[in-house]
Design a binder for this molecule. Sequence first.
Ligand SMILES: [Zn+2]
Length: 108
Amino acid sequence: MTEVLMTCTRCDDEIAVAMDVAILRMDVEPRAHAELLFCCPTCGAPSVRQVVGELLTLLLFVGVEPLCLSEPTLPREDRAPAHRQLTPDDLLAWHEQLDGVSFVTPWE
Ligand SMILES: [Zn+2]
């Protein structure tokens, strides 16, 4: 079992965090940092620590399975269409097109 020595932010004890009860959270996009989420075995306080560099490499090397998450995204129907942005000229043209509209029938 892999353990990482940390200091608890609440009780200031030096603690050994067992990796089988901790979560190593990484982005889906490869980055050189991750977060380690764990609870202090002494006081039970939850903590999050940045993991970078050699420690991250070692954790991955010894087989700690990271939880890879991506940025939250909107459903396709809620995303903006892939058109160019509207310009003031577009809005002026739209306004001129509306001059011929006298009324709009609501959906039935
Ligand atoms: Zn603690």
